[in-house]
Design a protein around this ligand. Structure first.
Ligand code: SF4
Length: 344
């Protein structure tokens, strides 16, 4: 399955949320049909036709676009649908731009999933971020999307102005009640050229540390994941423009935020088991895991390894990626260590 992303930065969005410099986030400066055509052309060079493929309009607020422009853009994806290059279309928009008439249009053009920029379900936080919509509008938008048969995605943030961890937790409970299909989690960054950059410079806003952003994102991830919501992204996509020198002024940026969050969750999940195993006889605690999990288990700069090593000291702690299909934690004697660690 491939996704053909089509960025329409700031188009259809008359707002200026304090954290947003959409042109930078999406890495695309123009919002015209010609721009969309160019992007599609580029992707078609390598995408293999499949009904599993999706075209995705990102950035801006699609349903806020002039209706003629929406139709022009959807005509481009109609062509891909007709040629069976893709099987469906998804797009993102604001919760206050969801109306029945516009949803009819989307439904008629193969749109199956609509992602809403929700960010928070705390009115005080929405107001501080100058989002220009309320919690109630989000709830109504999700209900209407479901009524029209769309799958629903929610984009959530941690680290917003006036948003503490309690507010994040409360938002998660409200999101669970909305039963979205997918979610993205973005720790807030201070981007050059945004109103937030001014607040930051004036000492009026302090972003989360990377550690705190991981902790809060992990909480959101775990709760939503357990409820069956598919988490499709954690952290902004580290494209060249976002990562250009001097563009991110402050905040918890990491190009592999999703991996850091998963490492954190593995630490939370495995610590009780490691402590239990460490009580057994033997000189080392050995964690055998599938090879593709080894770096997540070790954590950023071996953070999990160091953390667990301190917990089980004076025993040694070893993490080994092997051909096992799931994580196995055992206590071994020094004599058996070499053989056990190379177990395949
Ligand atoms: S609504 Fe979305 S595109 Fe518009 S300013 Fe806010 S974050 Fe940016």
């Amino acid at each position: 399955m491939a996704i053909i992303p089509i960025f329409i930065p700031h188009a259809g969005c008359p707002h200026q949320c304090v954290f947003c410099n959409q042109k930078t986030i999406s890495g695309q400066k123009t919002a015209a049909v010609e721009g969309a055509k160019e992007q599609i052309k580029k992707w078609l060079e390598w995408v293999k036709p499949s009904l599993e493929n999706e075209a995705a309009f990102y950035g801006g607020s699609f349903t806020g676009l002039d209706i003629a422009l929406q139709k022009e853009l959807l005509a481009l994806t109609d062509e891909l649908l007709e040629r069976k290059v893709i099987g469906s279309v998804r797009l993102s928009t604001r919760p206050d731009y969801i109306y029945g008439e516009r949803l009819e249009l989307l439904r008629a053009h193969g749109v199956k999933l609509v992602e809403l920029g929700v960010q928070s379900l705390d009115d005080k936080v929405l107001e501080a971020a100058e989002r220009g919509h309320t919690v109630e509008q989000v709830v109504e938008a999700v209900a209407l999307l479901k009524e029209y048969g769309f799958k629903v995605g929610v984009q959530l943030m941690v680290g917003m102005p006036k948003q503490d961890f309690a507010s994040v937790k409360d938002t998660v409970e409200k999101v669970l009640a909305l039963k979205p299909d997918i979610a993205r989690i973005y720790p807030l960054l201070v981007i050059k050229g945004t109103p937030l950059a001014k607040s930051y410079a004036a000492g009026e806003f302090e972003p989360l540390t990377l550690e705190e952003a991981i902790r809060q994102s992990a909480y959101v991830y775990k709760k939503l994941f357990k409820a069956g919501v598919k988490i499709i992204r954690v952290g902004l996509h580290p494209d060249d423009e976002l990562c250009a020198e001097g563009n991110i002024l402050a905040g918890p940026f990491h190009p592999s935020m999703g991996e850091l969050v998963q490492s954190y969750l593995l630490r939370e999940e495995l610590t009780p088991k490691i402590l239990e195993v460490a009580k057994q006889n033997g000189e080392a605690v050995l964690i055998l895991c599938p090879r593709n999990l080894e770096s997540k288990l070790r954590g950023m700069r071996n953070g999990n390894l160091k953390y667990w090593s301190l917990l089980v000291a004076p025993k040694k702690l070893i993490i080994n990626g092997t051909s096992v299909s799931k994580i196995k934690i055992i206590c071994v004697s020094s004599n058996d260590l070499e053989e056990a660690a190379t177990q395949d």
